[in-house]
Design a binder for this molecule. Structure first.
Ligand code: GDP
Ligand code: MG
Length: 160
């Protein structure tokens, strides 16, 4: 197809970003997606998803020994989440800045957690902490064929 022919073959950095069940229930989905769109990152995957326990456990497997791990898995599975993959130069670190510190009381105003949350156990959103985890988490939540390759028409207005 035309879009395939025009697709840039070099895949740049990806962040797996997820609006957690509290963000969905509180009606924050549109506001949060807008922040990533306005920044200029490219949306490569998007879905509303009721998380199976095994998927939440795999995603957070590095935190398995933490005392809050069972509550964390329960929280993530407590209602639908919005799963996204955003791509672009420096997207992992930039998304973490847009998201704010893990503890929302320490998050700066203007960040998503700084604007919308109070407690670490209800902190509205996830973002990958490294490019490697961006790849790992994208594979967990979207598999190998869940992303869309496309070329936004505004690319020349975002990339020099
Ligand atoms: P993140 O990368 O900023 O999301 O933070 P971490 O990777 O350290 O932790 C993953 C998630 O576990 C956080 O976003 C919180 O939802 C949760 N979490 C982390 N620390 C705590 C804690 O001390 N208590 C509780 N209840 N949840 C926590
Ligand atoms: Mg983390």
């Amino acid at each position: 197809t035309l879009s395939r022919a025009n697709a840039v073959s070099v895949r740049s950095e990806m962040s797996y970003v997820m609006i957690k069940p509290d963000g969905v229930q509180r009606g924050l989905v549109g506001d949060i997606i807008s922040r990533f769109e306005r920044k200029g990152f490219q949306l490569k995957g998007l879905k509303l998803y009721q998380t199976p326990q095994a998927v939440a456990e795999e995603h957070y497997k590095d935190l398995k020994e933490k005392p809050f791990y069972p509550a964390l898995v329960g929280y993530i599975c407590s209602g639908p989440v919005v799963c996204m993959v955003w791509e672009g130069k420096g997207v992992v670190a930039s998304a973490r800045k847009l998201i704010g510190a893990t503890n929302p009381l320490a998050s700066e105003p203007g960040t998503i957690r700084g604007d919308f949350a109070i407690e670490v156990g209800r902190n509205v959103i996830h973002g990958s902490d490294s490019p490697e985890n961006g790849e790992r988490e994208t594979a967990i939540w979207f598999g190998s064929e869940g992303l869309v390759e496309w070329t936004p028409t505004m690319t020349p207005w975002l990339k020099e």
